[in-house]
Write a protein that binds this ligand. Sequence first.
Ligand SMILES: [Zn+2]
Length: 97
Amino acid sequence: MAFKDDYNFKDLENETERFVIEYLEEAVNADPDVCRCEDCVLDMAAYALNHSLPSYRVSLLGKLYAQAKDNDDAYIKKIKKAVTDAVKKIKANPSHS
Ligand SMILES: [Zn+2]
């Protein structure tokens, strides 16, 4: 058995993903000129995630850690910046063909 089959790595969650999706929704809703197609929205999310520090946790232990991150202003600020940059980038150069 491979290591990846012995353990349930799907229980790992990147907390940053939750924040990125939440702020991306706000940013896209606030800008009527940005494309909302699947390709563009997923690329914005990917860009923002690639420019944010991941924050993995085991989903079973999630709650406390998540709340700690909710109150981490520097962390939140960086994610918002990554989302803003993602929207700008894809708006200027849409991902759809
Ligand atoms: Zn598009």
